[in-house]
Design a protein around this ligand. Structure first.
Ligand code: IP8
Length: 247
């Protein structure tokens, strides 16, 4: 089984509030379908979640509950709108996808629901969202990738992003890491990026990638804007950065 995260930077335009990249998402859905492997799918929130969550400071816990209640409702509504669009793309490609939201919080039943769906031949799809975990917080799709990688028999985790892979220095193209061990990744220092991102951009992603690789699952980071790369990655062809699992 392969777990795939369709990053918010690919399926939405992060510069424009609530802008869905329909053409790219439909193509990615076709690539998943034509690769013909068993998959679990996670997607990010992009411009359907980050600007809203930031506006209401939902990643800081309850700091102004009266005002934040509206922000919780808006953010959750908005990521569900995006989820429906992603579901349409997946279904259009013939993938029997079903949505399993992490709201209002993640507990054992979340995994049970996903397992039941997989057993019956369905493809669970979950997504970054706001959660009420005794307080208010944001659960990133990256954390959901960690959960899926831990709870299922996963052979590879693929992060579909808007860059070619992990760079030692994102400003220098020649520093793209093609393949490394998770230990080698520890030595690389990542700066936070993406101003509107409430879940720390690539730095947060690398943290999750390390967790997944340490748990014994190979991780690929690829550019979803380049046609064919997702299908290649699903088929085991290195198409960006491959982080070897810890053996
Ligand atoms: O885009 C963030 O999920 P991510 C979820 O996977 C929200 O980091 C609501 C901002």
């Amino acid at each position: 089984m392969i777990v795939i995260k369709l990053g918010g930077s690919v399926i939405t335009d992060k510069e424009k509030d609530s802008h869905f990249n329909k053409r790219i998402t439909y193509r990615l859905a076709e690539e998943i379908a034509s690769a013909g492997k068993k998959v679990l799918i996670v997607h990010g929130a992009g411009s359907f979640g980050h600007p809203q969550a930031k506006r209401y400071r939902l990643n800081e816990g309850f700091v102004d509950k009266k005002r934040q209640v509206e922000g919780i409702s808006l953010t959750h509504f908005s990521v569900r709108v995006l989820n429906l669009k992603v579901m349409e793309a997946l279904r259009h490609a013939g993938i029997p996808a079903v949505s399993i939201p992490p709201f209002p919080f993640i507990d054992e039943s979340f995994i049970e629901k996903a397992k039941v769906a997989v057993k019956d031949g369905l493809v669970p799809v979950t997504f970054g969202d706001v959660v009420l975990d005794g307080n208010v917080s944001i659960i990133s799709g990256d954390i959901l990738m960690e959960i899926f990688a831990r709870e299922f028999e996963v052979e590879r985790a693929i992060f579909v992003t808007n860059v070619d892979g992990i760079y030692e220095d994102p400003l220098r193209k020649e520093t793209l890491i093609r393949e490394c061990t998770v230990k080698e990744l520890e030595k690389v220092f990542f700066k936070g990026n993406a101003g509107a991102d409430v879940t720390s951009g690539m730095a947060g992603k690398v943290k999750s990638i390390k967790e997944i690789a340490y748990s014994g699952v190979e991780v690929d980071v690829i550019n979803g804007r380049k046609p064919g790369r997702l299908k290649d990655a699903i088929n085991g062809i290195v198409a960006g950065t491959r982080v070897r699992k810890n053996e």
